[in-house]
Design a protein around this ligand. Structure first.
Ligand SMILES: [Zn+2]
Length: 609
């Protein structure tokens, strides 16, 4: 055991003394009779997500032939889910080749594939299949993929599409794939002497993605580990890869997932993919407000009334602050229950924004899981010092207090102060009953789509919590000076379909509310609006949907399974197909999407030319 250094002990004693003083001065607000939560929180140890969980789906899905279960396949699985590409993981090549498009992940080599398996995959391409190989190092398949050798590169940081569509966004033409400033780089492979010009190249011009027609089929080789790259974004470990921190466009992961989706749809004429926004809209807009200042709760009311008038609903992340400290006075006091109830009555979501709103939350100890109100006393002494706080305390006690103050409230969404993000957050959120997190920025996650969180922000276990990263945030430069660029960003994301989470602190009403009004009016034509709980519930149900389809005569019969009810699911059928008339499940169709009504359990939708 280490001895407490004297200075730290003195500092701790002084902080404790300060806290006692604050107590004496009546700076802790106690709601009489409130005590809890009584049930302790236990966090199960990490368990590896089984790939078999993702083996469902028929042979019309993208087959993922997993050659190493210790790889970053979880990132790939979560990415394909977010992108709405139906897939099925297998370790059995004989099952994989029953599909028309097969992705071999993470490595194609003599060490991961037997000669018999390589031969079967080569025959699969010759017979008209589409084979995507991740890090193709050999296994005698160079001819099939159309290159001479795979050269290991110590590091490559950018990927540029060699023949981009004319109208491709500049930030989609070229994307970051690794971090030049990281202590260790991921490494990549370049393919030499490609038979056909490469589809994408690294910054030195060497081939990163190649495609080769072979027999009746095609083979596509990726020179980098897409699953590992996805996990860098999803686990908030991209460091300085992203081209902006917030308020910008950073579609790196989305571009690669769309590339996979396009290869799948081109190779499988039964491919049906799922859109990212309810009702086939282009953009899911979630207005959020962080209440972390004494006057914000009253101001929130003005925002909520304006939102109700505009016919939209927003999420209010409320700091459950009952201790006066360095940050501010208490936020929750005797008149708070009525204010919170008022927000709810206007249709708004009440969510948690921690108890202490500490800058050092990321470094809090996990805690015992027995923290309860009013005994839990996190105390922010200054910017660098908070005493008495734990990750579980912040999550448990804030949720308990908000739920106790407002009848029938269920708190499901969470955002930390300063987006301070402990490694234990995903599993702590799950263990304390949260389902939706908005704890990072979209740019920092390299995506404009939501995604599922991983245990300890590592690549082994998954947790049943989804992340909805922030797209546009207030703070300098002032929001009201950024309306045109904010609308341009929303349109840029909407072009491909995605998420736009807006964060506005109600520390003042105007001019921020004016921005919000104009922003909502500017995106209304192409957007869906809802709270984080609304969209999160829809997204979680979408995540569980399975799709498989088969041809019957001239028709395509699409089987859908939705374990949780979902309304407004948008399907993209194969090009040129439209739903057979008169199906009650089909609510409408646009050029791009077929929108379904309420779906629960198993159902079929039929399409025809
Ligand atoms: Zn805050």
């Amino acid at each position: 055991m280490r001895r407490l250094p004297a200075l730290v002990a003195v500092a701790a004693a002084m902080t404790a003394a300060l806290f006692l003083l604050s107590l004496r001065a009546g700076r802790v607000h106690v709601f009489k009779g409130l005590d809890g939560p009584s049930a302790p929180t236990a966090i199960p140890p990490v368990s590896a997500a089984p790939w078999t969980e993702y083996q469902g789906g028929g042979d019309s899905t993208l087959a993922v032939l997993l050659t190493d279960p210790r790889s970053c396949w979880l990132g790939l699985a979560h990415g394909l889910k977010s992108a709405g590409i139906p897939f099925s993981i297998t370790t059995d090549y004989t099952r994989a080749v029953r599909h028309r498009v097969v992705l071999v992940y993470p490595i194609v080599s003599g060490a991961t594939l037997t000669p018999v398996a390589s031969e079967a995959l080569s025959r699969f391409v010759g017979g008209g299949g589409v084979l995507i190989g991740s890090e193709v190092l050999g296994a005698g398949m160079e001819k099939v993929f159309g290159f001479a050798t795979a050269v290991p590169l110590r590091a490559r940081f950018r990927l540029a599409f060699a023949r981009p569509e004319e109208d491709l966004d500049p930030l989609e033409r070229e994307i970051p794939i690794d971090n030049p400033r990281a202590a260790s780089t991921m490494g990549a492979y370049a393919y030499t002497a490609p038979v056909e010009p490469p589809l994408a190249v690294y910054e030195d011009g060497s081939a990163a993605i190649i495609e080769h027609r072979s027999g009746a089929g095609r083979a596509v080789a990726l020179g980098f580990d897409l699953g590992a790259l996805l996990l860098k974004g999803y686990n908030n470990r991209q460091e300085s890869m992203a081209r902006s921190y917030d308020n910008g466009y950073e579609p790196a992961l989305d571009v690669l997932l769309r590339f996979l989706g396009a290869v799948y749809r081109r190779g499988e004429d039964r491919a049906v993919t799922i859109g990212p926004v309810p009702n086939g809209r282009n953009l899911a807009v979630i207005l959020t407000h962080d209440i972390d200042y004494t006057r914000s709760l009253r101001n929130a009311f003005v925002y909520a009334r304006a939102e109700q008038e505009a016919g939209v609903r927003a999420t209010y992340f409320v700091q459950a602050k009952y201790i006066r400290d360095y940050n501010d006075d208490v936020i929750l006091s005797a008149d708070s229950p009525a204010l919170l109830q008022g927000l709810r009555d206007l249709g708004m979501e009440i969510a948690s924004h921690t108890v202490s709103h500490s800058r050092t939350f990321a470094h809090f100890p996990l805690g015992e899981g027995t923290e309860r109100y009013p005994g839990y006393h996190p105390f922010v002494a200054d910017r660098e010092t908070t005493t008495g706080g734990t990750v579980l305390g912040e999550l448990r006690v804030s949720r308990f207090l908000l739920e106790s103050l407002v009848p029938n409230l269920r708190v499901t969404s969470f955002r930390p102060g300063y987006l301070s993000n402990p490694y234990s957050l995903p599993q702590a959120l799950a263990a304390t009953g949260y389902r939706f997190s908005s704890s990072v920025t979209a740019n920092d996650s390299l995506t404009h789509l939501p995604f599922q969180l991983d245990y300890a922000r590592e690549n082994v276990g998954e947790v049943p919590v989804f992340e909805f990263p922030i797209t546009i945030a207030d703070g300098p430069p002032p929001l009201e000076e950024r309306l045109p660029e904010s609308l341009a960003l929303a349109r840029r994301i909407a072009r491909r379909g995605g998420l736009c989470v807006v964060l506005i602190h109600p520390d003042v009403v105007e001019p921020k509310l004016g921005f919000e009004r104009q922003f909502v009016a500017g995106v209304r034509d192409f957007s869906w609006f809802g709270t984080l709980n609304d969209f999160g519930s829809w997204w979680a149900a979408r995540n569980a949907v399975e799709i498989s389809s088969e041809r019957r005569g001239g028709r395509l019969v699409v089987r859908l399974t939705a374990p949780s009810p979902i309304e407004g699911l948008a399907l993209a059928p194969p090009a040129g197909m439209h739903p057979v008339a008169g199906q009650p499940l089909v609510r409408g169709a646009s050029e791009q999407w077929v929108v379904l009504g309420r779906l629960e359990g198993a159902a079929t939708v039929e399409f025809t030319r």
